[in-house]
Design a protein around this ligand. Structure first.
Ligand SMILES: Cc1cc2nc3c(=O)[nH]c(=O)nc-3n(C[C@H](O)[C@H](O)[C@H](O)COP(=O)(O)OP(=O)(O)OC[C@H]3O[C@@H](n4cnc5c(N)ncnc54)[C@H](O)[C@@H]3O)c2cc1C
Length: 558
C-alpha cells in the first residue's frame, strides 16, 4: 500500500500545479444481464456471489461441469471460455478478483523481447499474436504503447538488438501496431529526459493493459454466460467422490459443499498449496515463486512513450507513463519463499529500481520520490533454471485423470498476455473427457464487456460521452471510457449534472460508479474500487478511502 505521507506530498504538488464497428461473433450481453447475474439469489445488490439460475452443483445428482479454484486472470479466462462453450461452471476466489498476481504485473501485453535471448520462439510468437487479438476484444482497457530501447555501448550489441526486433516485428502477425524504427536521441523528444551518453535508440510496439480490469471483465462475461462466481470464498477441501469432485467452500455464505465433474486448479502462487493442502495429492508442486516489484514516482517526462532499459546485470527495467501524472518503474526478479499474500517491495528492490532508472534519466530517481510500490509473485513452472529471471514464463498444464475418476488440471506459470490461449489449451486437455470441452473455440472474436467498439475508436467514444454529458470533465470522461468502454453510458445513465452522480468520495469518484462496481463487478471494499477496478487510490486521501469503505459496507448490508 502507498505511504500516505508520500501520497499526501504528491497530492499537494498536483493541487498546486494544477469506423468500423467491430461485430463480434458472439454478442456482448447488455448490462442488465450482468446486474441480474450479480444480484443472483440475493435481493440486496452487493453480493459476493453470482449463482446460475439452474441450481447446478448443490447436489451430486446435478454437478457442475467444471469447478475452478482461483479468480486471477487464468481462472477467470478459463471460466469464461468454458461457460461460453455451454459448460456449467463455478469459480471460487478466496479474496477479491485479481487480488493476487493478476493486479501486480507490469501490465504489458507483450511478446517479451528478452525471451528471444532464451530461444523461447514459441512463447514469444504466441504472445505477440495475442497483442492485436486482445486489443480488438478489449480496446478500452488495452492500448498500443511504443517502447524506446536506448542502445548502450558495452551491453548488447546493436546488431543483436536489430535482429531481435526484426523477429519481434515479423513472427507475431503484426498488422496494426507500427513497426520498429531507429531514433536519433539528440533530436527526438525521447532523448530529452535521458543522459547525454546515449546517442541512438530503437523504438518498437507492444500493448498496455489494465490487468485487474481484464480479470474482472472475464469474470463478468463468464457470469453472464451462466457461471457462478464466488468471491471471498476459499476452497478449503476438494476430494474425489463417486466419479465427481466434492468441494468444500468457506465464504460469506458460510461453509458449503458443491459437486463438479472436473476441477481446475488455477490458484497462481498457491497452486502447490492447493495441490498439497486442499486436494491432498502427493504430486510435486513444481512451482517456482519469483517476486517482482514496481515503484511509482511523479512523472519523469512529458511524452507518451515508454522506455526499456538494459542493466549491467543483464536484466531489463521498464519506465512507463502511468495514470497521467506518474511514471511506473519495474520490475525486479528474485526467488521468493514466503507467504504470497504478504509480498511487499523491499527497500533493496526499491533502491535497485531507483538506481537502474537513474543510470538513464537525467533527473535522479530516489527512494524519497517513490509514492507507491506494489509487488507480486510470479507462479512460474519450476524448470530448474539457475537464475530467477531465466525461469520459463511459458505455461505448463498438468492433467491428473485416473480411470473412472474426476479429472484435475493444474495451471503453472503463464502471462497475462497468453491467458486466452492458456484457457483454450486447458480446455483442449479436457476435451477427451468432457463433451462441452470439444466444442469450438470462440474467445478470439468475443468482445469483453464494454469493448464492443472498434480498435482506434477510443477517442471517438470519449467524444461521444463528452457530448452526451457536457457537464462532465473531459478527464473524467476519458477515465470512464478507459475503464468501462461503452458501459460508461450505463454508469452515467440519465444524469443531467454532477449532482445526479450522487455522493462525492474524492478525486472524480461518485456514488453512481461505486454502486455500479458493487452491482456489476463484485466490489465490496474500498480497496477493490481504489486499487483494482481502478487506481483512484493514488488520488484519494486516507480519510476519503475510509469514508468510501464505510459507505460500501453500509450499502452492502442494506
Ligand atoms: C512483477 C510481475 C510482473 C508481470 N508482468 C507481466 C506483464 O507485463 N505481462 C504479462 O503478460 N504477464 C506479466 N506477469 C505475469 C502475470 O501477472 C501472471 O502470470 C498472472 O497474473 C498469473 O495469473 P494467475 O491467475 O495464474 O494467478 P493469480 O492472479 O495469483 O490468481 C490466483 C488466485 O487464486 C486464488 N486462490 C488461491 N488459493 C485459493 C483457494 N484455496 N480458494 C479460492 N481461491 C484461491 C488467489 O487468491 C488468487 O487470486 C507479471 C507477473 C509479476 C509478478
Amino acid at each position: 500500500m502507498p505511504s500516505e505521507q508520500c501520497l499526501g506530498r504528491w497530492r499537494k504538488r498536483v493541487a498546486r500545479g494544477a469506423a468500423r464497428k467491430r461485430r463480434s461473433a458472439i454478442a456482448v450481453p447488455p448490462l442488465s444481464s450482468y446486474l441480474a447475474c450479480s444480484i443472483g439469489v440475493q435481493k440486496h445488490m452487493a453480493s459476493e456471489t453470482t449463482l446460475p439460475t439452474a441450481g447446478f452443483g448443490t447436489t451430486s445428482s446435478a454437478p457442475y461441469d467444471l469447478a475452478v479454484i482461483g479468480g486471477g486472470i487464468n481462472g477467470c479466462g478459463i471460466a469464461r471460455d468454458a461457460a461460453g462453450r455451454g459448460a456449467s461452471v463455478v469459480l471460487f476466489e478466496k479474496d477479491d478478483l485479481a487480488s493476487a498476481t493478476s493486479s501486480r504485473s507490469t501490465k504489458l501485453i507483450h511478446g517479451g523481447l528478452r525471451y528471444l535471448e532464451h530461444y523461447k520462439f514459441r512463447l514469444v510468437r504466441e504472445a505477440l499474436m495475442e497483442r492485436e487479438r486482445l486489443w480488438a476484444i478489449a480496446p478500452h482497457i488495452i492500448r498500443p504503447l511504443r517502447f524506446v530501447l536506448p542502445h548502450h555501448k558495452g551491453l548488447r550489441p546493436a546488431w543483436l538488438l536489430r535482429l531481435g526486433l526484426f523477429l519481434y516485428d515479423h513472427i507475431g502477425g503484426r498488422k496494426l501496431l507500427p513497426a520498429t524504427r531507429t531514433l536519433d536521441l539528440a533530436h527526438d523528444p525521447a532523448g530529452r529526459p535521458l543522459k547525454d551518453d546515449k546517442a541512438r535508440a530503437f523504438e518498437y510496439s507492444d500493448c498496455w493493459v489494465e490487468d485487474a480490469r481484464l480479470v474482472v471483465l472475464n469474470a463478468m462475461d463468464a457470469a453472464v454466460r451462466g457461471a457462478a462466481i464466488h468471491t471471498r470464498t476459499r476452497v478449503a477441501a476438494a476430494i474425489r467422490e463417486d466419479g465427481l469432485w466434492r468441494l468444500t467452500a468457506e465464504g460469506p455464505q458460510g461453509r458449503f459443499d458443491i459437486w463438479a465433474k472436473a476441477l481446475i486448479n488455477a490458484a497462481g502462487p498457491w497452486v502447490g498449496e492447493v495441490l498439497n493442502g486442499v486436494i491432498h495429492t502427493n504430486a510435486k508442486a513444481g512451482v517456482r515463486m519469483v517476486q517482482g516489484s514496481h515503484i511509482v514516482v511523479p512523472k519523469l517526462y512529458e511524452h507518451d512513450r515508454s522506455y526499456i532499459f538494459q542493466n549491467a546485470d543483464g536484466r531489463i527495467v521498464f519506465a512507463i507513463p502511468y495514470e497521467q501524472d506518474f511514471t511506473l518503474i519495474g520490475t525486479t526478479d528474485r526467488d521468493y519463499h514466503g507467504d504470497p499474500a504478504e509480498v511487499v517491495a523491499t527497500p533493496d528492490e526499491i533502491a535497485y529500481l531507483c538506481a537502474a532508472a537513474s543510470e538513464y534519466f537525467r533527473q535522479p530517481v530516489t527512494p524519497e520520490s517513490v509514492i507507491w510500490t506494489y509487488s507480486g509473485v510470479r507462479p512460474l513452472y519450476d524448470d530448474g533454471a539457475s537464475k530467477a529471471q531465466e525461469a520459463t514464463r511459458d505455461y505448463v498444464l498438468t492433467l491428473d485423470a485416473p480411470e473412472g475418476e474426476a479429472p484435475l488440471l493444474s495451471v503453472f506459470g503463464g502471462k497475462i498476455t497468453t491467458y486466452r490461449r492458456l484457457a483454450e489449451a486447458a480446455i483442449a486437455k479436457l476435451a477427451p473427457l468432457a463433451p462441452w470441452a470439444a466444442r469450438a473455440e470462440w474467445t478470439v472474436a468475443g468482445a469483453l464487456p464494454g469493448g464492443d467498439f472498434p480498435v482506434g475508436g477510443f477517442d471517438t467514444l470519449v467524444g461521444e460521452i463528452a457530448a452526451a454529458y457536457p457537464w462532465l470533465e473531459r478527464r473524467t470522461a476519458t477515465r470512464l471510457v478507459r475503464a468501462y468502454g461503452t458501459r460508461a453510458r450505463d454508469i452515467l445513465g440519465d444524469a443531467k449534472s454532477v449532482v445526479d452522480l450522487g455522493r462525492h468520495f474524492g478525486a472524480d469518484l461518485y456514488e453512481r460508479e461505486v454502486r455500479y462496481l458493487m452491482k456489476a463487478e463484485w466490489a465490496r471494499r474500498a480497496q477493490d474500487v481504489l486499487w483494482r477496478r481502478g487506481k483512484l487510490g493514488l488520488r484519494l486521501s486516507k480519510a476519503e478511502s475510509e469514508a468510501l469503505d464505510d459507505f460500501m459496507q453500509d450499502a452492502a448490508s442494506v
